[in-house]
Design a binder for this molecule. Structure first.
Ligand SMILES: Nc1ncnc2c1ncn2[C@@H]1O[C@H](COP(=O)(O)OP(=O)(O)OP(=O)(O)O)[C@@H](O)[C@H]1O
Length: 442
């Protein structure tokens, strides 16, 4: 049934991470799924859920069946409303129009009373949302998750950040916990109250904070990477940027930084440009690479509008996407970008995580990311599902040392380039020594 439906929507060959994660989750494991951006992690958890929840589920035994009617059975948490809605659309694509009411979005910014009304009326088995809204509706008692069998935290390292702490605590405490069960008592170990909830943590980057969280939230969780499954306790504690030795060898230290979170089809460059010329360098870069679908990242929302204005003034269709925009403006802009009406989307960190625009062929850092993890998530907007793509970072002379650091932490070549006469020109391979002597000479 499910396989037939997948074939109908053009999903016939599983990606590596799906081939590894799906059976592991169906064997009742708690899992951490780590695989590079655009490798199909969403379906890696969505498909096992649909094997057990909804129209494609194997028939449950009588008592489980009666339980089935009470409340939500899967909760998926995402750090942004765009990613939340993207996951909902993936569910709806597979469920089809007749069953799409089985999944309900609970993202921030949408109308809360309409969401509560839909929960009451449709009695969805699956909810997908952002931490604040899920926690808020759960606190009103209108979201019944005690029967929940799956809790998915997508972009989990982002969800661990401070601003989600309180909401995530509530979600972890309530989802899959039977009413009246004794409160979480560490002394009795992390699992005394959750019997069958499977906790699935997902990200392209898995810093040690995620490993630690998984061990306390799950029951003997395993780490699923593209082709390997290792017990989590075999992962030694390490700093945030430990690079993997040999990813295929299960005893190696895992990458807790970002080295193997980058898609293989990407080429990475940096271009030295003065701050006031960066947008013009972006324009020359877009033309030189003949990029059709470009995502440009900036660190300060205030400056996005100015960049869009300059691009439009030079005849490049562009728009800004950030959290200060209203819900409608954000979804309209995203739709226009995805259907090719816009050539450049100028955005900030909000859109870095998880945004899936299959045709994105160029990512430009108009402002440099703060670290290798942020670099990886931004870069991973291009090269989706093994496609080719470029990542070009615009940096001032004084920031070149940051590119050297990223090159080292990520273990990837990031070559210096420029765009004279509308062509990409790559400087000869600058070794680390040359780069560092350049850096010290300044
Ligand atoms: N088996 C498959 N066959 C064909 N297309 C697939 C398959 N699995 C996923 N896709 C498509 O590949 C794209 C990327 O998938 P997805 O967004 O799940 O990647 P991801 O690993 O979650 O990326 P990120 O780390 O950026 O969130 C999506 O458009 C998805 O529909």
């Amino acid at each position: 049934m499910l396989i037939a439906r997948l074939e109908r929507v053009g999903l016939t060959v599983p990606t590596d991470v799906q081939s590894t994660a799906i059976p592991t989750i169906l064997q009742n494991h708690d899992v951490v799924i780590q695989s590079y951006t655009g490798s199909g992690k969403t379906l890696a958890y969505l498909l096992p859920i649909l094997c057990e929840v909804g129209p494609f589920a194997e028939k449950l035994s009588q008592d489980e069946d009666s339980d089935k009617r009470i409340g939500v059975e899967a909760v998926i948490v995402a750090p942004s409303r765009e990613l939340g809605m993207q996951i909902v659309r993936e569910f709806e694509k597979i469920l089809g129009p007749e069953d799409k009411k089985l999944v309900q979005q609970l993202v921030g910014g949408a109308n809360k009373s309409r969401q509560e009304e839909a929960l009451r009326k449709n009695k969805p088995s699956i909810v997908v949302g952002t931490p604040g809204r899920i926690a808020e509706i759960s606190a009103t008692g209108k979201l019944h998750t005690h029967n929940c069998r799956f809790l998915v935290l997508d972009e989990v390292d982002e969800l661990l950040s401070f601003n989600f702490r309180e909401d995530m605590h509530r979600i972890l405490e309530h989802v899959g916990r039977r009413p009246g069960a004794e409160p979480h008592n560490k002394a009795k170990g992390p699992l005394v109250r959750r019997t069958e909830r499977r906790t699935i943590l997902v990200s392209a980057t898995v810093p040690f904070s995620v490993i630690r969280a998984a061990s306390s939230w799950g029951r003997d969780p395993v780490l699923v990477r593209a082709k390997t499954v290792v017990p989590l306790e075999s992962v030694p504690a390490a700093g945030p940027d430990t690079l993997s030795k040999n990813p295929t060898n299960s005893s190696s230290t895992i990458t807790q930084g970002a080295a193997d979170s980058l898609p293989p089809g990407l080429k990475h460059y940096y271009c030295v440009s003065k701050l006031q010329h960066k947008v013009d360098s972006l324009r020359r870069c877009v033309h030189a690479l003949d990029a059709r679908s470009v995502i440009a990242f900036m660190n300060h929302t205030k400056r996005l509008k100015d960049a869009v204005f300059k691009l439009e003034a030079r005849g490049i269709t562009a728009a800004e996407l950030h959290g200060d925009l209203g819900k409608l403006a954000r979804s309209t802009t995203l739709k226009k970008f995805k259907n090719g009406e816009l050539r450049v989307l100028v955005t900030n960190e909000l859109s870095a995580r998880g945004l899936d625009v299959a045709q994105c062929d160029l990512v430009v850092n108009l402002d440099l990311p703060t670290d290798s993890i942020h670099y990886a998530h931004r870069a991973g907007r291009a090269g989706r599902l093994g496609r080719k793509g470029y990542v070009v970072s615009m940096c001032e002379e004084s920031e070149v040392f940051i590119m050297k650091k990223l090159h080292k932490q990520l273990g990837i070549p990031i070559q210096k380039c420029d765009f004279p006469e509308g062509k990409l020109s790559v400087f000869k391979e600058e070794t680390i020594k040359e780069m560092s002597s350049e850096a010290t000479a300044r």
